[in-house]
Design a protein around this ligand. Structure first.
Ligand SMILES: *[C@@H]1O[C@H](CO)[C@@H](O)[C@H](O)[C@H]1NC(C)=O
Ligand SMILES: *[C@@H]1O[C@H](CO)[C@@H](O)[C@H](O)[C@H]1NC(C)=O
Length: 312
């Protein structure tokens, strides 16, 4: 039996999180919300609500109101069965978010994120860790379940072996039908300042502001947060399928396949695939960076409660 299997089910101490209306407004502009994107940009709008993917920022924001110091890297606590990972060789592989209950516009005290190792996979190039993040209110009621997968390049177990085990199964995207045009194509140009805005939601990793780091890593400069691109794609899906109804997005997931640079133009192609669970529509999507020509978000899937077109 692999040492790695010991890690599965490991639970971190729950970490406190909190947010205010200002945090929600800041996140909305970080993911490119436009001035007419009510109800996400104006706290007095009658339907003001968190943009549904907001909780993806909370594992890095935590409960801090100020910037957090990234210069020390994320050491993290040791996890039984896992080798020590090099914080400089971690890439975000994929992210899913499942909305269980609508989020309040401010948390107040007592909320936390419960982190559990849900899966570990080893291949020749490294070790992938799937972490389940459950956002719970002060009485332990879950609001959001997220699975974040990180690829630890160069990491090896002892002895290295092919290994793959996961306790949670997130719905996987169906490949878009071959030769069928997407139902929607949304093209947007990110701002040159997109990363300096998005970081204010809690990811102060210097890769997103100091060009020398990205140059050393072979990206030729600053790269945009993968989760910012994720938010652009989620906006595209929510706006086109549900007229920006904050409660319409039930599930949203994709893989991060290539970086975007601030200022690049990105295009999200969305296919309606048929009925999803609980009266939703299942969509598949893919986001391409038209500046680099690369697919940046792959294997996209979402469950959305669609709004009848006549009501828009
Ligand atoms: C969030 O929690 C921190 C730590 O307890 C506290 O200092 C801060 O005031 C809280 N912020 C809000 C808006 O509740
Ligand atoms: C290992 O898994 C990662 C993440 O899924 C993938 O990008 C990489 O190509 C895989 N490497 C090999 C050698 O299979």
């Amino acid at each position: 039996m692999s040492e790695l299997s010991k890690a599965i089910g490991f639970q971190h101490e729950p970490s406190p999180v909190n947010w205010t209306k200002r945090d929600l407004l800041l996140y909305a502009v970080g993911i490119g919300a436009k001035k007419e994107d009510f109800p996400f940009v104006y706290e007095l709008h009658k339907s003001f609500a968190p943009f549904p993917t907001y909780p993806v920022v909370l594992s890095l924001k935590g409960d801090s109101q100020d910037v957090t110091d990234f210069s020390k890297g994320f050491a993290g606590e040791p996890i039984p069965g896992l080798p020590k990972f090099d914080p400089n060789r971690v890439v975000h592989g994929s992210m899913s978010i499942e909305v269980l209950k609508p989020l309040p516009v401010e948390s107040g005290p007592g909320w936390s994120l419960k982190k559990t190792i849900a899966g570990v996979h080893e291949n020749k190039s490294g070790i992938i860790c799937d972490v389940e993040l459950l956002l719970v209110d002060p009485s332990g009621v879950p609001y959001t379940r997220m699975i974040s997968s990180s690829f630890n390049l160069g990491a090896k177990s002892n002895p290295p072996q092919k290994f793959s085990k996961s306790t949670s199964s997130s719905p996987a995207a169906k490949p878009p039908p071959k030769g069928v045009n997407p139902n929607y194509i949304v093209t947007e140009t990110t701002s040159e300042e997109q990363a300096i805005l998005y970081r204010l939601s809690g990811d102060y990793n210097p890769t997103h502001i100091d060009p020398s780091i990205g140059k050393k890593m072979g990206f030729g400069g600053v790269i945009l947060h993968g989760l910012a691109t994720y938010g652009f794609a989620a906006r595209a899906v929510l706006e086109r399928l549900a007229g920006n109804d904050p409660n319409a997005l039930k599930y949203f997931a994709c893989r991060f396949t290539s970086p975007v640079k601030p200022g690049d133009t990105i295009e999200t192609s969305i296919w309606e695939m048929g009925p999803g669970p609980d009266g939703t529509t299942e969509v598949s999507f893919v986001t391409k960076d038209l500046t680099s020509g690369k697919i940046v978000l792959g294997g996209g899937i979402a469950y959305v409660r669609t709004v009848a077109k006549s009501r828009l």
